[in-house]
Design a protein around this ligand. Structure first.
Ligand SMILES: Nc1nc2c(ncn2[C@@H]2O[C@H](COP(=O)(O)OP(=O)(O)OP(=O)(O)O)[C@@H](O)[C@H]2O)c(=O)[nH]1
Ligand SMILES: [Zn+2]
Length: 333
């Protein structure tokens, strides 16, 4: 029997009880945290007021809960977006993913950098500054740990060959693309279409140059690589969400929106929050094989009777895949 069948039944007006200390904000608008600037959050509204940008501060009831770029938040108060107005962030909606890092491996405090990304593009220059495989591995492990799909984008292919890096990462199943000045970016655009992709890379690798090429008018400041240190100037300070133009250009109007999240250049990527189990779990086929390992097996090179080695001997696992995987394991704890 439904309520409607029951003549005269007094239907409750609210489905959820409203209590004194928990006001009901469910009618308040939701937005996406675009960037954070001196304790103020820039939030782009979604839904009815799609696209309007509002300045907001964290409401006291959120306590110490962090609000990060990419978060979907509920706003209360003045959401007109007019100069001088300030809305309050009263709720952080559940996150699909959280990309984390620690300052270094001994740092017990993990920092959540970006919420709700489903892809991570590791931007690496083939030269100037030279690639650091250890750093790429670390960022990749952070992506696997967070259930974010990693992709590798190699810039400055006009300066050096990508062959070595391609050989190091394709066995992991990680897609690799190369670019150089004037390169056709359509392959990259189709990677990004319909996704929320965070771009991570060392300063000076050409991240801003790419973002500007993808998003005309993004106005990301491009730096100059220092001739002495080979490092780029740290030109950007906060992560920022940028909307990509539709791709292909004739994509239907209701196609999934695509976002990139540009992050400031990183120099280190601590992983003290990542466990061996999480890295193994990111490779389903290998995890299955490790079911045959001795209890407590580290799966590292030389681990006695590691089932991964036996699988290679039996020709069931490509040696290059095991080697690349072990590099990942070595990056974590
Ligand atoms: N040769 C070559 N130079 C490039 C390429 N892409 C970018 N550059 C140059 O590399 C320098 C750094 O590029 P940016 O785009 O500022 O690098 P970034 O990664 O955004 O650096 P930060 O803003 O410091 O994080 C600039 O001088 C670019 O012109 C490329 O494919 N080939
Ligand atoms: Zn093992």
């Amino acid at each position: 029997m439904s309520f409607d069948d029951h003549a005269g039944f007094d239907r409750p007006r609210r489905t959820r009880p409203r209590t004194k200390d928990r006001p009901d904000y469910s009618d308040d608008p939701v937005g996406l945290v675009r960037t954070i600037d001196r304790g103020r959050y820039r939030v782009v509204l979604t839904g009815d007021d799609e696209g309007r940008e509002v300045s907001a501060a964290k409401a006291r009831q959120l306590g110490r809960m962090g609000v990060i770029v990419g978060d979907r938040v509920r706003l209360h108060g003045d959401v007109s977006g007019e100069e001088g107005t300030l809305a309050r962030i009263v709720e952080v909606l559940p996150r699909d993913t959280v990309l984390r890092r620690t300052a270094d491996d001994d740092d017990p405090y993990e920092r959540a950098i970006v919420a709700n990304a489903d892809q991570l593009v590791i931007v690496t220059a083939l030269a100037d500054p030279p690639p650091r495989v250890g750093m790429i591995d670390r960022i990749m492990v952070a992506a696997f740990d967070a259930h974010i799909e990693p992709l590798l984008l190699l810039t400055k292919a006009d300066l050096a060959s990508p062959a070595e890096l391609e050989a190091a990462y394709t066995p992991l199943g990680v897609p690799v693309l190369t670019t150089q000045p004037g390169a056709d970016l359509d392959a990259l655009r189709s990677w990004l279409a319909g996704h929320r992709t965070v771009f991570v890379g060392h300063s000076g690798v050409g991240k801003s140059t790419l973002v500007n090429a993808l998003i005309p008018g993004a106005g990301r400041t491009t730096g100059v690589v220092n001739d002495v240190t080979g490092r780029g100037r740290q030109t950007s300070t906060s992560a920022v969400v940028l909307e990509l133009p539709p791709y292909p250009a004739d994509a239907p109007a209701d196609a999934e929106r695509s976002w990139v999240i540009d992050t400031p250049g990183v120099r280190s990527f601590g992983l003290s929050h990542v466990t061996r189990e999480n890295i193994v779990a990111a490779f389903g086929d290998l995890e299955e094989i490790t079911a045959g390992c001795p209890r407590g097996c580290s799966h590292e090179t030389g681990a006695p009777e590691c089932a991964l080695d036996l699988a290679v001997e039996r020709g069931e696992l490509a040696p290059a895949r095991l080697e690349s995987f072990r590099r990942m394991l070595g990056s974590g704890q």
